[in-house]
Design a protein around this ligand. Structure first.
Ligand code: FPP
Length: 221
């Protein structure tokens, strides 16, 4: 592949169905999903990918059964705790989502701490940036950007809105992946995917691998 750096974004769907097919609880599917993510991060860090952004937990996911939410939050702690692995692969952790101090924020302190620590402990890495969207919703992100401009008495321009997104340094997405046969965007990175190619695959997220990643990347050539 030519030497250009790509931003890949993933909607990691189908953990529940993956588990059901095996007669396992949904939580086992999420556990397998976190392991799959760790493998995909390693594979992505060895390719011409500068940014990988994944939908870890949406603002809509809080209504899931409490035990499932707790399990997914625990998996975020596990992922953000993979510091050694991230450092070995020169991966820098980043996060986008509803700010912790915003009214209505529900992110428990232990997840906030895990996010902050992972960002700090990987900040010297110079390779791929792994952005985890946690308590994230795109409409809320864009609405907040517009509100910031009104508050600051700035004019509404594309540049000013971009500058007020959760992370203004996040480049446009080149390829958006959605697993498990769903062809929906689900309020993920609506602003950032305006020119993205989209790769829909029937495979559930726990089965997504480096081969599939290469198929998604081939949409760009
Ligand atoms: C969709 O599966 C996935 C999620 C709601 C969350 C994504 C979470 C993971 C991949 C686990 C670990 C990730 C991180 C970032 C730590 P689903 O439950 O909607 O599956 P279904 O549609 O088959 O029910």
């Amino acid at each position: 592949m030519e030497a250009r750096l790509v931003h890949v974004a993933c909607i990691m769907d189908g953990n529940g169905r993956w588990a059901r097919k095996r007669g396992l609880p949904r939580t086992a599917g999420h556990t397998a999903g976190e392991e799959s993510l760790s493998d995909v991060v390693r594979a992505a860090s060895k390719r011409e990918i500068s940014h990988l952004t994944v939908f870890g937990f949406s603002t809509e996911n809080w209504v899931r059964p409490r035990a499932e939410v707790r399990h997914i939050l625990g998996l975020h702690k596990k992922l953000f705790g993979r510091i050694k692995e991230l450092n070995e692969n020169n991966v820098r952790i980043n996060w986008i989502g509803r700010p912790f101090d915003e009214p209505g924020s529900r992110t428990p302190v232990y997840v906030q701490r895990a996010i902050r620590k992972a960002i700090e402990d990987t900040s010297a890495n110079t390779g791929m940036v792994l952005t985890v969207a946690f308590d994230y919703g795109s409409r809320a992100e864009i609405t907040r950007a517009a509100k910031n401009l009104v508050r600051d008495k700035k004019i509404i321009t594309t540049e000013n809105l971009s500058r007020n997104l959760y992370d203004s340094t996040l480049p446009p997405v080149d390829v958006l992946v959605r697993t498990s046969g769903e062809s929906r965007i689900s309020n993920f990175l609506l602003w950032q995917i305006s020119a993205a190619k989209i790769y829909f695959t029937d495979r559930p997220w726990p089965d997504f691998d480096a081969v599939e990643l290469d198929v998604a990347l081939s949409l760009l050539s």
